[in-house]
Design a binder for this molecule. Structure first.
Ligand code: CO
Length: 168
C-alpha cells in the first residue's frame, strides 16, 4: 500500500468524466488499497479515483454510522449508481481537493447505491446523513463535478469557527 497525492481544484483532471472500471484485477485492488490508506491519512470521509489522478469510476467512503464501540469502515464502490434517495439535508460540505473551504449543500438524507465490489460482484448499500452526503459527493466527482458548483453558498471564516468540519 502507498499514499497517493490528492489533486486540488486547480487540476483539470478533476473536471473530467471518468470511464467505467472494466478490469477487476490486481491493479484495481492496489488503487483501492491506496485510496483507503490515503483517505485515512487525510482524515477524510470519502475519496474518488479522479482525486488521485485516475479517471475511473471508483470511490471509497468511510461509513461512520456504526454502533458505539465499533470502528468506522471503508465501503468500496466500483461503477456506482444511485438507485434511490429520500428526504433532504442541508449542511456544510468540504472536499479534500478543496482544502479549507466549506459550503452549504443540499443533499438527500438517505441514499441507496448499487455498485460492484473489487471482485466485480454487484451489491447495494444504503447510507444516511453524512454517509448519504458522501455517496452523492463522491459520485459527483466521477462526473467531474466539484461540490462548490452545487453549494447554495460558501461558508465564511467566521461561520467555520466552532463548526464541526466534515471533509469529503
Ligand atoms: Co471531494
Amino acid at each position: 500500500m502507498a499514499l497517493r497525492n490528492i489533486l486540488t481544484k486547480e487540476d483539470a483532471t478533476l473536471y473530467k468524466k471518468c470511464r467505467p472500471v472494466t478490469d477487476f484485477n490486481e491493479r484495481l485492488h492496489q488503487l483501492l488499497d491506496d485510496m483507503g490508506e490515503t483517505l485515512m491519512e487525510a482524515d477524510g470521509v470519502g475519496l474518488a479515483a479522479p482525486q488521485v489522478g485516475v479517471l475511473r469510476r471508483a470511490v471509497v467512503v468511510l461509513e461512520t454510522n456504526v454502533p458505539e464501540g465499533e470502528d468506522p469502515y471503508i465501503i468500496e464502490l466500483i461503477n456506482p449508481e444511485i438507485i434511490s434517495t429520500s428526504g433532504e439535508q442541508t449542511g456544510a460540505e468540504g472536499c479534500l481537493s478543496v482544502p479549507g473551504e466549506y459550503g452549504l449543500v443540499k443533499r438527500p438524507m438517505d441514499v441507496t447505491v448499487r455498485a460492484q465490489n473489487r471482485f466485480g460482484e454487484t451489491f447495494s448499500v444504503s447510507g444516511t446523513g453524512l454517509t448519504a452526503r458522501c455517496f452523492c459527493h463522491e459520485l459527483d466527482h466521477l462526473d467531474g463535478v466539484i461540490f462548490t458548483t452545487k453549494a447554495e453558498r460558501m461558508l465564511t471564516e467566521e461561520e467555520l469557527q466552532g463548526r464541526e468540519k466534515e471533509e469529503d
